[in-house]
Ligand binder design. Structure first.
Ligand SMILES: C[S@@+](CC[C@H](N)C(=O)[O-])C[C@H]1O[C@@H](n2cnc3c(N)ncnc32)[C@H](O)[C@@H]1O
Length: 339
């Protein structure tokens, strides 16, 4: 068998290709190309780029099927691929660029300090230079808060739509979504299940954004947006308690505290649903979930993603007895613990 270094080099240099994509999303290139193909000259003029590096950047994206191209060199004309048109054009309902914009603005820089993060178990974000912790930093400016909400929409929309379609909501009438951000999950559930009454809970600054989104969706009669500090207060009672990408933000003792609060909030037979990119139990396959777990290390120092088996163990400790799993999009799942 002849060995090839290709895989090693593709992954080793992948950080640069990744950054080429993040630059394109950050500049809004894909949204602009949705209006029509652009020549190299038009792209360089639009973003005030030098021609030679712009050509290399664009053709790097062509080489990984993240741009289409007619012609070559100075005569080239670039356009979206079917995937970039569907998912990276801001005007499309399935836009997932919000999370890539967040990585472009902040996260990729933190990865330079991954080794240090593993040696010290400390965050490598703004806190390193004396800044405030993750949520305080994001929420200090309205623009940053909105960008974070867009990022959450980018990573969660398809999961929440799938969850709202698959979960047997006909058995229930009330849902509370804890850390519900701009009410994305509640909006998907209420829009598909007219009998459901939902309440979305988050920090005070966020609930104003949630209320606006709920009103825009015409769902104010069935979704309430309420304020909570989920560590200081109990979780309100409902048939279904959901947490989307909440548990992975915290260390183990706080994960367990949130699971215990969800248990207390449910009636017998009630369902606690965690929607996350779960690491596969054998910890061999789900690269995205492991990437996300390291992202939590870089943001918080002591937070981490986890396997479905770990989730089940913590839930059993809290008193949950029965479990189900609904596969969502890509590596994500809705794991359900029944009281
Ligand atoms: C990673 S986001 C997840 C948003 C959404 N559930 C999703 O999956 O797209 C975490 C959310 O938890 C909220 N949060 C953080 N600390 C909180 C606290 N102590 N009490 C209530 N919400 C909190 C944040 O404001 C943010 O909206």
């Amino acid at each position: 068998m002849s060995l090839s270094p290709d895989h090693i080099m593709a992954i080793g240099s992948g950080y640069g290709v990744s950054k080429a994509l993040l630059s394109a999303v950050g500049l809004g290139l894909y949204s602009r190309l949705a209006e029509g193909p652009m020549s190299l000259a038009e792209i360089t003029a639009a973003y005030r780029l030098h021609e030679r590096p712009a050509m290399d950047w664009l053709d790097c994206l062509v080489s990984v099927n993240l741009l289409a191209r007619d012609g070559v060199g100075p005569d080239a004309v670039y356009s979206n691929t079917p995937e970039t048109a569907a998912f990276l054009d801001r005007a499309q309902p399935n836009y997932l660029g919000g999370i890539l914009e967040l990585w472009e603005k902040r996260n990729y820089r933190f990865w330079a300090d991954l080794t240090e993060a593993m040696q010290t178990a400390t965050a490598q974000n703004e806190t390193k230079a004396g800044g405030t912790p993750f949520f305080e930093t994001l929420y200090a400016e309205p623009d940053r808060l909105r960008a974070f909400m867009d990022a959450m929409t980018g990573s969660s929309l398809a999961n929440f739509m799938t969850f709202a379609d698959k979960f047997p909501f006909e058995r229930y009438t009330t849902l509370v979504d804890i850390g519900g951000a701009d009410a994305l999950l509640s909006r998907q559930v209420a829009a598909r299940h007219p009998h459901m009454r939902c309440a979305t809970y988050d920090l005070a600054l966020v609930t104003d954004i949630a209320r606006t989104k709920i009103a825009e969706a015409g769902l104010s009669d069935r979704i309430e947006a309420k304020t909570i500090d989920f560590f200081a207060e109990p979780i309100p009672t409902a048939d279904v308690v959901t947490m989307g990408m909440i548990l992975h933000d915290w260390p183990l003792d706080k994960k367990k505290a949130l699971i215990a609060k969800a248990y207390d909030a449910l009636p017998d037979g009630g369902a606690f649903v965690a929607i996350e990119a779960f690491i596969d139990d054998d910890r061999r396959e789900n690269t995205y979930a492991l990437f996300m777990s390291l992202t939590m290390l870089l943001e918080f120092g002591n937070a981490f993603d986890f396997t479905g088996a770990e989730f089940e163990t913590w839930c059993r400790e809290a008193g949950f007895t029965r479990f189900e799993s609904y596969p969502l999009v890509g590596p994500s799942a809705a794991k359900v613990a029944y009281k």
